[in-house]
Design a protein around this ligand. Sequence first.
Ligand code: SF4
Length: 299
Amino acid sequence: MTTLKTHAESSRTALGYPPEWVAGLVQRIGEEVPFGPSLELTSVDVERLLKCVGLWKSERLLAITTPSPVEGRFTRLTRSLVRRWFASLRVGVGIRPFEFVEWSLNDYDEMPTDVVEWVGPQSREQRMETVGEIAAIIARVAQQLGYPQLPSGVVLSPEMSVRIDDLTLTARDVDLIIGAGETRDGIYWPGAVLVGFVHDTPTAEDLDRLAYSSFIYSLRYGGPPARVVSYGLVSGKSLSMDVERDWVEMAVGGILAVLPKLVELMNGADGVLTPGDHCEGCPDRGNCPFTLPDSMRDW
Ligand code: SF4
């Protein structure tokens, strides 16, 4: 099996990026950003808006009342603990995963309310089961990266944001960055690997979401990463691809396609519903004219 470490060791590409490439992409987006209130777009916003504005609106509404409908609480908790465990390594605290998770799950101040409501009432046996499952996942990620000899340059990814006029683009899909690119004679040479954790077996859609992160990475560093990896926390499987120019530009195309929809919504329009396979997971499917039986439609 290809491990995360293997991905990290072969991350150089032969293609360099001049600064005009990034400037051209920023200009294309800047020309379409509406004047007015500040907007923030994440990869999930773009993905949902491309599918259907009704799906985007109903998931945003649900996110206000129910934390993270997209990502389950086990994944959120595990993802946050893997990140915190790596952070503790960086400050030289080599806590074994089991002790680390056991200790962390007693620290309710660091956990979102719904996770506290889940782990708080667990019996001792249930708690040990949760600790064991998450600790095993942390141990596997660390082992795949070659722990205790982690490849040099493994860093936790911060939340990456860039601003273009009144539009803020935010990437929350990247957990680890391995390696870095470099600029020589004004040309950026990719070298980093972006790793994003997902719940189970990664899909092509998970990988495509990283195109958006790669674009934001490009704006921050001067060019894209060399490779992206989507890693399934529960399955231990990963899917990866070398980053190509067209793929990053595809993410820009997605942003350009959703901006007019956002402008319409900001101007008070309801937006045009676009049904498809995505209706299956839409929180509003019980009220939507496209999914109601014919006898219940107004038309
Ligand atoms: S059910 Fe389908 S068409 Fe209706 S709002 Fe949801 S995604 Fe859009």
